[in-house]
Design a protein around this ligand. Structure first.
Ligand code: PLP
Length: 396
């Protein structure tokens, strides 16, 4: 029986190997499903430049976890490295390996920590690792001389998730001194950088600086320090940090007015071709549960995109799509692979016509930001959910 939680030393080896499956490539065909995410890599590069310039030219760890927030980890990482990112940050060993197998040679930092047993794999792939707790420090010190890995010491300055608590730091200093030759950076993470009330964020900063001073007193002086996610960069909560760690803003998405003022450009549009269009009389019901009843004769276009692709089911009867400069409502329930759009009788629409489900214009009613407001969620959730079965088309 597998027990819940991490770390878990009781997994049989064959069960761990099952994890390899998700690295298998998907089968694609040029004439296959007419659904694509169009990703503008030039915009991602320009967003990086804007964020860096606004932050006094500090170096950037570009956060590309979760398949670069759904945009495609390898192409985005390549673009970020070409645009001057210092390195890329991912959440897991697997995500780091994906970048290396994709030919990314820039520094890669695994934010989610690693079991000591995984250090040799990280070492041979040149991955850097966040140390996320006090549990494995002695084992790390035993393994690292043979399998060197650069470490970033994560401090829990108030996020309450990963990281050494300030109260734990004193007891760990002896073990950390042994790790000092490998400790390249010290890092934290904000819980409320988007909050107009900066009280808690400033407290986190003070805790961070206090821990850094304590480390320095013990002779541990990492050359890198980074606490700032996108919103901290946009709100200038950076203090003495040498590096930034933005994710969302790189993709031109932001919930802050400061982000738009900086000229961040959304990089992703989700486009589906009309698979079928039909004219229906008044009273026709559409989709599971018959939640939409045509109030008058109209056209119903079916698109091959559903909740399995990451288009949220609760956008049924609430979302809109863009077509020929206008927007039209998503009607009926969104199903696993399809959704339906209502158009007036006169609209010129035919199978193969492209409709925009997520617009890269931040002011459009079907922009990722606006749709996430409709759903009372955050843009991250919409883009991260974009399934790998959606083909990605990249523009330089
Ligand atoms: C540890 C860490 N750093 C940085 C980021 C980037 O955050 P954001 O996308 O808000 O810039 C994340 C994202 O969740 C994170 O978990």
């Amino acid at each position: 029986m597998r027990s819940a939680g991490w770390p878990n030393r009781d997994w049989p080896n064959d069960e761990r190997q099952v994890n390899e499956q998700h690295l298998e490539p998907l089968i694609r065909h040029p004439e296959g499903r007419a659904l694509r995410a169009e990703v503008d890599l030039g915009r991602i590069g320009r967003n990086l430049e804007r964020i860096r310039a606004a932050a006094g030219g500090r170096e950037v760890w570009g956060v590309v976890k979760a398949n670069a927030y759904g945009h495609g980890a390898v192409p985005v990482s390549r673009a970020l490295a070409a645009a001057g990112a210092h390195g890329l940050a991912v959440s897991s060993l697997e995500e780091g390996l994906e970048l290396r197998r994709g030919g990314i040679t820039a520094p890669v930092l695994v934010l989610g920590g690693l079991r000591p047993e995984a250090l040799p794999a990280a070492s041979s792939e040149g991955l850097s690792i966040a140390v996320v707790g006090p549990e494995h420090l002695a084992e790390y010190a035993r393994i690292l001389p043979d399998h060197p890995v650069q470490l970033h010491l994560k401090l829990d300055t108030g996020m309450g998730r990963f990281g050494l608590l300030p109260s734990e730091l004193g007891d760990c200093l002896v073990a950390l001194r042994l790790l000092a030759p490998w400790i390249k950076g010290v890092m934290g993470h904000f819980a409320t950088a988007d909050d107009p009330d900066q009280g808690f964020a400033l407290r986190q900063r003070r805790v961070f600086e206090g821990c850094i001073a304590q480390l320095a007193d013990a002779g541990i002086q990492p050359s890198q320090r980074h606490h700032g996610n996108s919103d901290a960069c946009l709100r200038n909560l950076l203090d003495q940090d040498t590096h930034l760690r933005p994710g969302l803003a790189l993709f031109g998405l932001t919930t802050l007015p400061e982000g738009r003022q900086l000229g961040l450009e959304p990089a992703l549009a989700l486009v589906a071709e009309v698979a079928r269009v039909k004219t229906v009389p008044a009273g026709t019901t559409v989709g599971y549960g018959r939640t939409f009843v045509a109030p008058q004769p109209m056209q119903i276009a079916t698109l091959a995109c559903g909740y399995a692709d990451g288009y949220r089911r609760d956008l049924g009867n609430r979302g809109v799509v863009g077509f020929a400069g206008q927007t039209f409502p998503v009607v009926g329930r969104v199903s696993m692979d399809y959704l339906t759009v209502a158009l007036p009788l006169g609209a010129q629409v035919a199978p193969g016509d492209p409709m925009t489900l997520f617009s890269a214009d931040p002011t459009a009613p079907h922009s990722i930001e606006r749709l996430s407001q409709v759903l009372a969620t955050i843009p991250y959730e919409l883009t991260c959910a974009l399934h790998r079965r959606i083909s990605r088309r990249y523009f330089p």
